[in-house]
Design a protein around this ligand. Sequence first.
Ligand SMILES: NC(=O)C1=CN([C@@H]2O[C@H](COP(=O)(O)OP(=O)(O)OC[C@H]3O[C@@H](n4cnc5c(N)ncnc54)[C@H](OP(=O)(O)O)[C@@H]3O)[C@@H](O)[C@H]2O)C=CC1
Ligand SMILES: O=C(O)CCCC(=O)O
Length: 487
Amino acid sequence: MTLSLSRPDLLKEDCYLAGEWTGSEQRIAVTNPATGETIANVPKMGAPETKAAIDAAEAAMADWSRRTAKDRAGVLRKWADLMKAHRDDLAVIMTAEQGKPLGESRGEIDYSASFLEWFGEEGKRVYGDIIPGHQPDKRILVMKQPVGVCAAITPWNFPSAMIGRKVGPALAAGCGMVIKPATATPLSAFAMCVLAEEAGVPKGLLSCLTGGASDIAGEMTSNFKVRKLTFTGSTEVGAKLMAACSENITKVSLELGGNAPFLVFDDADIDDAVEGALSSKFRNAGQTCVCANRIYVQAGVYDQFLEKFETAVRKLSVGNGMDEGTDIGPLIDRDAVEKVKEHVEDAVSKGARVVVGGGPDDHGDLFYTPTLLADVPVEAQPSTEETFGPLAPVYRFETVEEGIRLANDTVFGLAAYFYARDYARVMHVAESLEYGIVGHNTGLISTEVAPFGGVKQSGLGREGSKYGIDDYLEIKYLCMSGVEARS
Ligand SMILES: NC(=O)C1=CN([C@@H]2O[C@H](COP(=O)(O)OP(=O)(O)OC[C@H]3O[C@@H](n4cnc5c(N)ncnc54)[C@H](OP(=O)(O)O)[C@@H]3O)[C@@H](O)[C@H]2O)C=CC1
Ligand SMILES: O=C(O)CCCC(=O)O
């Protein structure tokens, strides 16, 4: 399959290893989920190449970490600018391998670039402290230093932004990084590396390797030179990586599964709530960890919300993400389609009513019709498990306390949303939700300026914002003795 690109060299089929584009005999096909066509064949690398990349990152860090923060920020800014300048090509590559509509891909490129720019600037504000000494001749100086070589394992649902969000703070802090992108979507990652090189990221500081997940991750977690692992993906894999990192006490940041509740209270503006539910639920065909997974509507506005939401869901257009006007592209693979089917069947078998959709879509094997289920019972599967697809299950609840209890009744705690206008209720609900991210009267909460991350089994650490660089820094204190008393 040929993609129409102004810069065809952005489509790479080799890995970026220690500053060189490197292939391998064994290859893995990358396919377009909308059509099944092969777009590229990428290398199958493993532990030896990962080790080489880690060594190169360590070597390159020696100089990079000594450069001024302003200097590093200049490189990150140039990289961000290049991404924006090549937004259209990068978006075509992303839609081809991931399936999301082109408009969403363009938005993701800007989102990804925003982390490079933001963290370049944050790097300039990595301040220390001077603490009054505990004895008259002592002073305590606190300094922050790069944590060391970092490793990143990223998912297929945001092939570029999850890299920007991790590599931005790592490089800004003075670290080097080795990335393993999802096997389904490595081409966006490679394209970012082409532009990183052009922006002046030194050879070796950054590598990006495709291949066997456990081989690459095995080296990342067992190599003592790696001092930090950052992962976005399923809770199951995150737990395994955390266990593996315990060997070397390697620091971990984990951004894992969610099961976001979306609450609509009696005092909500229903038109706003419908708009919010639509954008939160159906972004990337429902394949984000912050997508509304369970929609709870209070009895007094239930019928009104459902009627308006039905009208909105019916208008969603399914198709190839490359086509203008597409709202919902394909799902990533067969398993993803099966999971949506299973959740729909389970809910319906327990008494839910199909209002819109309810089955596969005829655009192709990996398409599923946007589906709205009403009167979903709490025993249904989406109550406890992330669907990761275009299924909107609507539940009814009676009291505010019941709504909060249902929302918190999960092992996950990434994002939650609620619509209400009463001031006292707003604060009460916001404070009661056990989530790292809460959207009030909005279904869109993603921005580089806010701390993104979850509680409970949704993960550890925060990405983005002024807090996001902390995970890439170590704190050291210097205890100075023999300081003369002031005269
Ligand atoms: N928090 C989030 O943003 C995401 C959540 N999910 C959730 O996870 C479910 C499953 O999606 P899936 O793609 O399988 O997610 P995974 O957690 O399997 O994949 C995420 C990343 O982890 C890698 N990986 C997979 N297995 C291992 C392993 N044993 N050791 C180290 N790395 C590994 C993958 O590599 P490779 O691609 O080579 O397998 C990929 O780079 C989704 O339905 C969704 O519920 C999924 C993606 C993102
Ligand atoms: O884990 C995800 O699904 C990616 C985060 C999306 C976002 O930042 O909005």
